[in-house]
Design a binder for this molecule. Sequence first.
Ligand code: NAP
Ligand code: G4F
Length: 325
Amino acid sequence: MAQKRALITGITGQDGSYLAEFLLTKNYKVFGLTRRTSTPNYERIKHIEDKIELIPGDLLDQQSITSAVAYSKPDEIYNLAAQSFVATSWSQPVLTGEFTALGVTRVLEAVRQIKPQAKFYQASSSEMFGMVRENPQNESTPFHPRSPYGVAKVYGHWIAINYRESYNLFIVSGILFNHESPRRGLEFVTRKISHTVAKIHLKQADRIVLGNLDAKRDWGFAGDYVKAMWLMLQQDGPDDYVIATGQNHSVADFVEEAFGVIGVKNWKKYIHVSKQLFRPAEVDFLIGDSSKARKVLGWRPTVGFTQLVRMMVENDIKLLRANSK
Ligand code: NAP
Ligand code: G4F
């Protein structure tokens, strides 16, 4: 059988790096779209850089995306690139719309025009459920996004479905709940906590400044979630799937668990709550029902909450120790 070819937008991000690793284990030829930066930001993929091929391009630039599709001739396209940080979407709402919403249409257009046989994965998000209408949330739960990011993701979700229905393309949308890892960006709450707890352990910090401690998220491990993306493209037909653990915890629970890893019980004395970090509109409570993915794809998470938090804190301690040598 000919070697399969995959193009990943957002390959330098958390999910892109895990997905690239995963596809290499399946013997894919992996291409990744990367945008120009003044200094290289290949931190997450440097260990596999010689096994993948990077193609310059940007979600704002139709020509570069079309050229990347023409050059890589992919059997599968994973559209992971986005302005993915919810808080930034209020300070840069137009940019978020350009990247996270219209960017999807640009990639879809390239596929439609150049490689309509390719299978396409769209990175949709549980942020689309926002002010939730039911618990747990599944594929038919109505959307009520609460941020410019969430609104942009709803557009991306529906334009993907529209291209599937209009042009009969193999397009799937994965509605993924929060997934974390040692490669998570430092601005997201889980990594902010694990990294600062590691610093406190090493006496490099004495407190964590956080916003809303009561928000609840269904947190899984990114390595498990990229496998679900791939499984969705291996089915006979395109469909949409919720990917989640089915358990949720508050930000405070995450803090407590992280301090537990370094043997600290009285964690509250290290927390400073700043109103500045509260969002103009919050998503209070997310919990996903992934029974369709479990039944149809045979997918299930392998890393639970406790293991995830431990993995992140221990990794950050190792990282900080190595950096201070
Ligand atoms: P991430 O770590 O923030 O990575 C985002 C990627 O998009 C990076 O590679 C980034 O490149 C790239 N990108 C941003 N703007 C771009 C542009 N204009 N042109 C080309 N590339 C651009 O995000 P992630 O956590 O891996 O998430 C992957 C996708 O899944 C995103 O679409 C996110 O919205 C969605 N999602 C994530 C979660 C989650 O919990 N992680 C849940 C649901 C959905 P640079 O490295 O150059 O910045
Ligand atoms: O870690 P967060 O920034 O992730 P959020 O907003 O849930 O979004 C992530 O998951 C989505 C899937 O549901 C993705 F689509 C999206 O791309 C991203 O990956 O915030 C989680 C919660 C929020 O309720 C926030 O208000 O943590 C709360 N929080 C409290 N203090 C904080 C902080 N969030 C951040 N980032 N920083 C804080 O200091």
